[in-house]
Design a protein. Structure first.
Length: 93
């Protein structure tokens, strides 16, 4: 069993409030939830309007399956033109 963890730090330049930030994040989270078998959570920068860190976790029997799901998560994030990716960290257990 392989557990994959990916944490992404995101900048949302047009966000002017926490409400706007949450709307952007909700769209990302909804796409991930409806398309992939991946859990997620906002893990840092809760009180900042334009910045956040999201962690995504998935479990599979092969690392290639974990990598494929995490690549699909990254594709969802990178196709959203309202955000800029600042940092990505990956870990496997």
């Amino acid at each position: 069993m392989i557990i994959g963890l990916r944490t992404v730090e995101i900048f949302i330049p047009q966000s002017q409030s926490l409400k706007e930030k949450r709307m952007v994040l909700r769209r990302i989270k909804d796409k991930v939830k409806s398309n992939l078998n991946v859990s997620y959570a906002e893990v840092d920068h809760h009180d900042k309007w334009q910045r956040t860190s999201l962690s995504f976790v998935t479990v599979a029997n092969k690392r290639s399956h974990v990598d494929k799901r995490m690549d699909q998560v990254m594709e969802i994030i990178l196709t959203d033109d309202r955000i800029q990716l600042l940092n990505v960290e990956s870990d496997y257990l």
